[in-house]
Design a protein around this ligand. Structure first.
Ligand SMILES: NC(=O)c1ccc[n+]([C@@H]2O[C@H](COP(=O)([O-])OP(=O)(O)OC[C@H]3O[C@@H](n4cnc5c(N)ncnc54)[C@H](OP(=O)(O)O)[C@@H]3O)[C@@H](O)[C@H]2O)c1
Length: 245
């Protein structure tokens, strides 16, 4: 009988993370999730004990606590996939873009904690467990990390650019341990993170003229955590309907 694989997915209470957690569950994996809120009741794993942890990854102390809390839950000290998905993209009080001149410093720090330091601390924290399983890490970056976006703010964009660079660095550092580290950069995927003006982007900028679906992102992440991508590491894959062409 084959060993049940384990994945950690941050930010799985909704959106892309929820679809990814659902996907790994369907594949028979044990999935451990982290977010500030509880899982929706209809989640198949919501009722199971010790599979969902409520912590706030915008707080450095809670990020460190996340590693300590999750480590005993990883069966056999083997972690097959770590999906650093939790992320926020705050807007101003009237929904406006937060630029580099006006964003409060506390906001920059919270954004970097969630979008950059959490992936760093979690990946380092579970390096041995990932190595034991010859596992894979996937970081959720963004096309906003590469060019100015009309809605994603400056702190968000730069934190995602830093996460892209971190993906390269960690891919190099962890390859000798048998761990692959890749990034996925969504364009406009249909989740709560989107802004009201997104339909103009769909009409005018995205060659495929539609939003992406969370299941399409889950397909790519499943691939990057599978043997089918065994020679891919340090890559950042856009999933954006051609938006970045
Ligand atoms: N959707 C897109 O078009 C798009 C585009 C580019 C990049 N991305 C990236 O893809 C990832 C997922 O985005 P999404 O669209 O699925 O967003 P979403 O629907 O807003 O979900 C975000 C998830 O992250 C969790 N989260 C946020 N802040 C957290 C914190 N401080 N501590 C713990 N968990 C936190 C949320 O849970 P709680 O609220 O319960 O904490 C939620 O589960 C993000 O990294 C995002 O930047 C998305």
């Amino acid at each position: 009988m084959s060993v049940q694989k384990t994945a950690i997915v941050t930010g799985a209470s909704r959106g892309i993370g929820h679809a990814v957690a659902q996907r790994f569950r369907t594949l028979g994996w044990r999935v451990i999730t982290v977010s500030r809120q509880p899982l929706p009741d209809q989640c198949p794993w919501a009722a199971e004990s010790n599979t969902h942890i409520q912590l706030d990854l915008s707080d450095l102390n809670e990020i460190v606590k996340t590693v300590d809390t999750l480590r005993p839950l990883i069966a056999g000290s083997q972690l097959h996939a770590l999906i650093n998905n939790a992320g926020t993209s705050p807007k101003g009080p009237n929904g406006e873009r937060m630029n580099s001149l006006t964003t409060d410093l506390d906001e920059w720090q919270a954004m970097y904690n969630t979008n950059f330091y959490a992936p760093l601390v979690l990946t380092r924290g579970f390096a041995q467990e990932l190595s034991n399983a010859k596992g894979a890490v996937v970081n959720l970056c963004s096309i906003a990390g590469h060019r100015v976006h009309p809605f994603a703010g400056a702190a968000y964009a730069t934190s995602k650019a830093a996460l892209s660079a971190l993906t390269r660095e960690m891919a190099a550092d962890m390859a000798p341990m048998g761990v692959r580290v890749n990034a996925v950069s969504p364009g406009e995927i249909k989740t709560a993170i989107l802004s009201p003006g997104t339909s103009a982007i769909v009409d005018n900028v995205i060659p495929m003229h539609r939003l992406g679906q969370v299941e399409e992102v889950a397909d790519l992440i499943e691939f990057l955590c599978s043997e089918k991508s065994s020679y891919i590491t340090g890559a950042e894959m856009a999933i954006d309907g051609g938006q970045s062409v």
